[in-house]
Design a protein around this ligand. Sequence first.
Ligand code: ADP
Ligand code: MG
Ligand code: ZN
Length: 628
Amino acid sequence: MKISWRTVLLWILPILFIGFFLWQGTFATATSTIGNNTASTRMTYGRFLEYLDTNRVISVDLYESGRTAIVQAVDPELENRIQRLRVDLPSNSPDLIAKLRDSNISFDIHPLRNDGAIWGLLGNLIFPFLLIAALFFLFRRSSNIPGGPGQAMSFGKSRARFQMEAKTGITFDDVAGIDEAKEELQEVVTFLKQPERFTAVGAKIPKGVLLVGPPGTGKTLLAKAIAGEAGVPFFSISGSEFVEMFVGVGASRVRDLFKKAKENAPCLIFIDEIDAVGRQRGAGIGGGNDEREQTLNQLLTEMDGFEGNTGIIIIAATNRPDVLDSALMRPGRFDRQVIVDAPDFKGRIGILDVHARNKKLAPEVSIEAIARRTPGFSGADLANLMNEAAILTARRRKEAITMLEVDDAVDRVVAGMEGTPLVDSKSKRLIAYHEVGHAIVGTLLKDHDPVQKVTLIPRGQAQGLTWFTPNEEQGLTTKAQLLARISGALGGRAAEEEIFGYDEVTTGAGGDLQQVAEMARQMVTRFGMSDLGPLSLESPGGEVFLGGGLMNRVEYSEKVATRIDDQVRGIVEHAHQIAKQIMRENREVIDRLVDLLIERETINGEEFRQIVAEYTHVPEKEQFVPQL
Ligand code: ADP
Ligand code: MG
Ligand code: ZN
């Protein structure tokens, strides 16, 4: 719906006028009351004279230049109760005062209440005044908009959606673990700080830099650090804030933003989530989106509109560079791309150091150990982790963060909130067998990641959890490793089947089976690890609504589809047999581990391996030790 000022006025005017008359009415009655001495009962003048003659009057107060009197009198008919009565006096009764004096009655004359009159006057004036002021304001506002009154309210203009920070206070020291990106961007700092150095030799300063990387890797932080290092203002807006329901609003925001930036040059403009506006035009379901396209066009126009040497540098961030419109990437726009990737082991140490700076760590806490426990964590995850650890420490009323809190915080960040453990029951026993099933397959298969711990303490959705220490840094995964992982994931279900029988298996393995299916299918269709040979039959699909093609090309025939299904089933069946066999051959140690787990809720990997080693051979695992 379009709300125009005209509609608003049509409503406000009647309301104001009604209010005006009500207000007037109140004051009209208020000014005519007589002091606080309003007597409710009236008495005739004749009766008043009669009362005077019979000495029943105690006192008389005269108001309104002697035209009204409030009389206190006793009433013998009502057991001599004192009454307050109001009498209207004739306009000319000069002998009344003499009479009152003669009868020795106390009397007083009250002047007109002038202050009341003044307030009344003001009151009468206030509403018209407000009305005029309101009208003036409304008309002024609406005439601000091109096209005059009756236009849609000025959304784009009046609400500044971008933030401006004069000083971000963030430096490159606060950013760790992404050294390549930092190095690349060091140059941008120089562009902002000493543009002369480049212009002197005729170089054109680039306008835009695109930061590409998964969420939480420090893109926003990096942009702020650039502004901080260069000591220039930081303008930021999120791509999603450009996109509004009203066509043209986003474009006007872009104009506003650039206008403000030009006034404050040199400065840095940061556009977060640029994929929200910068998506390939005309792609996806339902054709183009007028508003988004207009906004994007405006952005492109603005970027072309200023010379490279005005001291404005635009940094945009996205985690989906593949969906961006190619016009954005043209030279003269975001022609520089800087990859901001998830940190590796060394990077994590750096980031943890940054976030440990303002925290109190117990001396035995090793940043390295934390970094080793957190493969795949982004910078934001690590910041969150350190904060969770500090919160836990405070909750436990400890002096400093110990490894215990850090470990709990890792579990919490990865798997969610801790729940209360189940009481010993059949279902707890079943969960224990399920988890020990995962863990023992993981321990006995040479190519599986080693067990870190097994626990029955529920977290998030899971009733029990087996943690493995992944061998992250080597990057590539072998076929043997994938097969071992599939067996390990099936270990839980295999244990349920072997110990409780096929009829007793539970829904608890649902998540495991999903992973298994995914891994097995990818082995066949993407990695060429089956009898079908080295064929890539599926590409990692792009979602159609993010700008990918509407139809993902099916890259194989019906016949091949059947063969894929057969291969996938074959892989899963084989892995399942391996897992079941491990259960059958190790029943004794499994029973012992389950009893221990139910008693203690958690067994760590080292102890787990030692117990298993008492019964059977535990293969030595190639564990990658990160180098500093
Ligand atoms: P992105 O914009 O890439 O999604 P942010 O820059 O918003 O990520 O990161 C969120 C928070 O995570 C930062 O405020 C910071 O505390 C922390 N963080 C992320 N990456 C790093 C890093 N490389 N070094 C230090 N802290 C980081
Ligand atoms: Mg961000
Ligand atoms: Zn499981």
